[in-house]
Design a binder for this molecule. Structure first.
Ligand SMILES: [Zn+2]
Length: 669
């Protein structure tokens, strides 16, 4: 039995999301005033003092006229919880509050000191990026993406924050990419142009997948400078000498890096597992590391913590393949395999077994086809002649002769498996007697969609086999015993867990303790926290570089910040409520009845009385406030609109216990 959380985001998953995103029409322009309830639209906004923009109203104006206009205590608490939730991710994971204040305070690099800065990936699974800096030399390892949390409506994904590297572009000597999973390459199209397009180094498969993905970003990203490395390549980039070692992982051609710096050797494992029984998922070159360690004790080990919570050892890929072979051998009907499209080692095995049992294989799904094609060209997959057939030819064969390899094992809406389950696939109709085999784990966050897909399939009367029923999946990451083995093989002076949530790193730290390390030698850093190494000693400093979230939304990078996100959350929860008032400047009265537009709050036709009361309330507030300042001549619309917002918000809360976003608009005539 395996744990459901042992896999990283995979490009099957991502590509489905990507394709959905890039086929969607361009986003509509944002309506004025959308920035939020505390920032009234410019229209009708006449500050009493100073010119526009000179005197931004405080969030809650502290005027003495202001009634104590907070909603019922309960309501206040509700808002507070929401705002907390809005920032939660930052406070807990990104340290955004801290970095906002401290962004400017980091010191220039002390001379002849090695800086190790985890820009991302040490407070989450995703957006991995590590910076090594020595004088005027900056080496980057991985530029990944992170998938948004549920409370980030509209966000496509999150990329590393490269603010620290601004102005230092010329110092960047290169970017090493350990492997082609999206949490290691996904940020490249967005980040690379900002870094002055430095050279990228990776293995053949890694580069091929980066290149393929870059095609989708032609319009926003530059031509990449790609350099292929092999496991035995030695690079000299600035003061750094870099060697590589192969690692076993759920995508072929994954490597770790051995970085010789003037302060000592830093080893970065990338993502890895140790599989002593098989090379299907690649081999972790422990001998190479053992030899390295025998020559010179490495200074620092940065090691994958994704599965640090799991005791024991990762399953061997050969056991998985043996199980799959049993399923293929005994199948009486059609077999439909769902797995990660990047799990090319396993896909190759399935194809070979299929060929042995005289099956015809159909490959379905854009990312699956494209990855298999790339892997075939590079020799990672060998397809015997005549085994793979186009889906259109399926009708010519009996059901038990057919095997389908498909995307969508995470329950993605538009992917092949869901389309089959929904009877929306052009050629493949689900039939009783089919067996669906999910040779994958469930990525955290996808539990519900996978369950929905599974239920749909059960309704169709087909067999479903997943990792809970049989050992048909092995994760790509080392569990505790293997993590310990890595530490003991390298025996570094200092150990720094990376790639995982804070708790994963702490647990990985405990694993290091079981290998004889003490707190003094274990460095658990936060995103952006600078670790300095000098004279054979590494310490975690109090300095931080910016690491708060950079959101990608459509074509925009970084233009969606906390305020926009909080507004989206507010609208998503209780909708919006727009009040439009026409004000006659001569009579100083509201003309006619205020107009009300609401979305996602209440059904207006059934709430006529409520709306009438709101209109009356608004008219009263506007006229009273406008005329209370009659002696000063000009009307303070900022103040009045804040009043409307607060009072209407309070009124609506009293009637409905909901907090829609209230947007007052004043038209002066
Ligand atoms: Zn990975």
């Amino acid at each position: 039995m395996k744990d459901a959380t042992d896999d990283m985001p995979d490009n099957t998953n991502t590509e489905q999301k990507d394709s959905a995103r890039f086929s969607r029409p361009p986003r509509r322009r944002r309506a004025p005033g959308q920035q939020g309830p505390q920032r009234p639209p410019e229209h009708g906004n006449r500050p009493r003092h100073g010119g526009p923009g000179e005197h931004r109203p405080p969030r809650r104006p502290q005027t003495p006229h202001q009634p104590s206009h907070r909603a019922a205590e309960q309501g206040v608490r509700r808002i507070a919880i929401r705002q907390q939730r809005a920032y939660h991710a930052h406070e807990d994971q990104g340290g955004a509050r801290r970095t906002e204040q401290q962004a400017q305070t980091y010191q220039p690099t002390r001379s002849n000191t090695l800086r190790v800065i985890p820009i991302g990936g040490v407070e989450e699974v995703g957006r991995n990026m590590t910076v090594l800096e020595y004088n005027d030399n900056i080496l980057i390892i991985d530029i990944g993406l992170q998938f948004p949390e549920e409370d980030m409506p509209g966000i496509d994904y999150i990329i590393p924050n490269t603010e620290y590297l601004k102005g230092k572009e010329k110092n960047i000597v290169g970017v090493i990419i350990t492997h082609a999973h999206y949490d290691h390459i996904g940020g490249i199209p967005h980040v690379i142009p900002r870094l002055g397009n430095p050279a990228i180094y990776g293995t053949n498969l890694t580069l091929a997948i980066i290149k393929k993905r870059q095609e989708e970003y032609k319009d926003i990203s530059s031509q990449l400078e790609l350099h292929e490395i092999k496991n035995d390549t030695v690079l000299r980039l600035g003061v750094f000498k870099i060697e590589f070692f192969g690692v076993s992982h759920n995508i072929p051609a994954s490597v770790g890096a051995i970085i010789h710096t003037p302060e000592g050797i830093v080893v970065h494992t990338g993502d890895f597992k140790i599989d002593e029984k098989s090379d299907i998922a690649g081999v972790t070159e422990l001998d190479k590391l053992r030899a390295l360690s025998a020559r010179q004790q490495p200074l620092l080990l940065l090691s994958d913590s994704t599965n640090a919570r799991e005791v024991g050892k990762q399953h061997s890929e050969v056991d998985v393949v043996t199980e799959l072979e049993g399923i293929i051998r005994n199948a009486k009907g059609r077999l439909i395999f769902g797995t990660f499209s990047s799990l090319l080692g396993r896909l190759n095995e399935i194809i070979q077994i299929g060929a042995r049992y005289k099956k015809k294989i159909i490959i379905e799904g854009r990312s699956m086809k494209s990855n298999v094609e790339i892997a075939k060209e590079l020799g990672f997959i060998k397809i015997p002649k005549g085994v793979v057939i186009p889906v259109e030819d399926m009708r010519g064969y009996k059901n038990h002769e057919i095997m389908i390899l498909a995307t969508g094992a995470q329950g993605e809406d538009r992917a092949v498996l869901m389309r089959i389950a929904n009877h929306e696939h052009r050629f493949i109709e689900v039939e009783p007697g089919d067996t669906f085999v999910f040779s994958s784990s469930v990525i955290p966050g996808n539990e519900r969609t996978v369950q929905r897909l599974t239920d749909k399939l059960y309704r169709e009367g087909v067999d479903v086999i997943n990792y809970r029923l049989m050992d048909i999946h092995a994760g790509g990451h080392a569990k505790q015993e293997d993590l310990k083995k890595m530490i003991e093989t390298i025996r570094p002076k200092f150990f720094m867990p990376i790639e995982g949530n804070h708790s994963f790193l702490c647990i990985h730290g405990k694993v290091a303790k079981s290998a004889g390390y003490t707190d003094d030698n274990i460095i658990i850093a936060d995103n952006g926290q600078i670790v300095e190494c000098k004279g054979g000693v590494c310490v975690k400093t109090k300095e931080r570089v910016p690491s708060d979230y950079v959101f990608v939304d459509g074509l925009g990078v970084g233009d969606v910040g906390d305020v926009v996100l909080r507004d989206r959350q507010m609208m998503a929860q209780d909708g919006m409520f727009v009040v439009i008032v026409t004000f006659d400047n001569h009579s100083r009265r509201v003309q006619g009845n205020p107009d009300i537009i609401s979305r996602g709050f209440i059904y207006m036709r059934e709430s006529k009385d409520l709306l009438m009361e709101v209109r009356k309330l608004v008219r009263r507030i506007v006229e009273q406030s406008a005329n209370s300042h009659a002696h000063t001549g000009e009307i303070n619309w900022v103040y009045i609109k804040d009043n409307v917002r607060e009072e209407v918000g309070k009124f609506l809360y009293g009637k409905t216990h909901r907090h829609p976003m209230v947007l007052p608009v004043v038209i002066e005539v």
